[in-house]
Design a protein around this ligand. Structure first.
Ligand code: MTE
Length: 309
């Protein structure tokens, strides 16, 4: 399942040359970024501030993060999103926030971002397919947005929906999933400070293939929970529809917390391949809750994680 990674499409192939050269120069002059330190002024186009929640592991390169993607609306190949996601119109963008909230409405992205502090969150990302990356996201806590719209008593879950635009999304013309792509979290998971809405990476606006202009990032869960290009957030009383869970419930649980002890029915989840390390590098042991157990394990106290997988 974790297919052979062929980096046959580079950032240079999908980016205007001037932007590409600019990026190379910036990266060359900012070795600190690759080392996971705070971006210097030359890189600070979004001005994200550092966060104690960041890992000190070395981030993957911008090229790796933007060329090895899962975004089935643009095709099922790892390089398809980089090739096709430029077709997505990301401006203007609005997110409908509804359900059990005090202030439902259609919120323009600029209103959502008006008074948030963008932070750099360097997180591990563990895909259910047993590969991983480290990504320097830029974003803000989902809890801040939920506080602004006012969560009503009775809300127990948060549902998310990706844009569904077959005219801009060649992959969404095929019935691979029950479109639109949908995901959900329990309310306490959604309110957890590690849970962010990300609008960029490497201190730059989110590349389309990574879920522009705004996507969810939940670092202790398998990557498919981190839904891209979000257009709707709904507070609900009941557990919401989640696309992968709906399509293959036995293989993809609603919780999908990273767990090396619960194998996928078709492959082991005990280890993972870090993108960029090469095919012959030793696999890394997968960590419980993707290494975020200290922060999140208490939310699942008393739950049988082999049953609620
Ligand atoms: N969101 C949408 N709308 N469509 C997708 O196909 N793929 C998921 C998730 N979010 C996906 C999605 C999967 S399987 C993973 S591993 C992550 O996005 C990958 O995020 P990345 O490509 O930015 O690394």
């Amino acid at each position: 399942m974790a297919g052979r990674w062929k980096p046959d499409l580079t950032w240079a192939d999908v980016t205007p040359k001037a932007a590409y050269m600019n990026r190379r120069q910036l990266l060359a002059g900012a070795g600190a970024v690759a080392a996971g330190a705070i971006a210097g002024p030359a890189m600070a186009s979004l001005g994200a501030v550092p966060s104690p929640y960041s890992t000190d592991e070395t981030p993957n390169t911008f090229e790796e993060i933007t060329n090895y993607c899962n975004f089935y609306e643009f095709g099922t190949g790892k390089e398809d999103p980089a090739r096709n996601a430029h077709m997505l119109t990301t401006e203007p963008w609005a997110v409908r926030i509804d359900g059990l909230v005090d202030k439902p409405g259609l919120y323009g992205l600029e209103d959502i971002l008006a008074d948030v502090t963008l932070e750099e969150r360097i997180y591990r990302l563990r895909c259910v397919e047993a590969w991983s990356m480290v990504v320097p996201w830029v974003g803000f806590e989902l809890a801040d947005l939920l506080a602004k719209v006012g969560v009503q008593d009775g809300a127990r879950y948060v549902a998310f929906e990706t844009a569904y635009r077959p005219d801009e999304m060649p992959g969404a013309r095929f019935p691979i999933l029950d479109w639109p792509y949908r995901e959900g979290l329990r309310l306490d998971e959604a309110m957890h400070p590690l849970t962010i809405l990300a609008t960029g990476l490497y201190d730059e606006p989110m590349p389309n293939q990574n879920g522009a202009p705004i996507r969810l990032v939940v670092p202790w869960k398998y990557g498919f929970k981190s839904i891209k290009s979000v257009v709707r957030i709904t507070l609900t009383a009941d557990q919401p529809h989640a696309s992968w869970n709906h399509s293959q419930p036995r293989e993809y649980g609603f919780y999908s917390n990273v767990n090396p002890e619960v194998d996928h029915p078709r492959w082991s989840q005990a280890t993972e391949r870090r993108i960029g390390e090469g095919l012959f590098a030793p696999r890394r042991p997968t960590l419980m809750f993707n290494g975020y157990a200290d922060e999140v394990a208490s939310m699942y106290a008393g739950m049988d994680l082999t049953k609620f997988y």
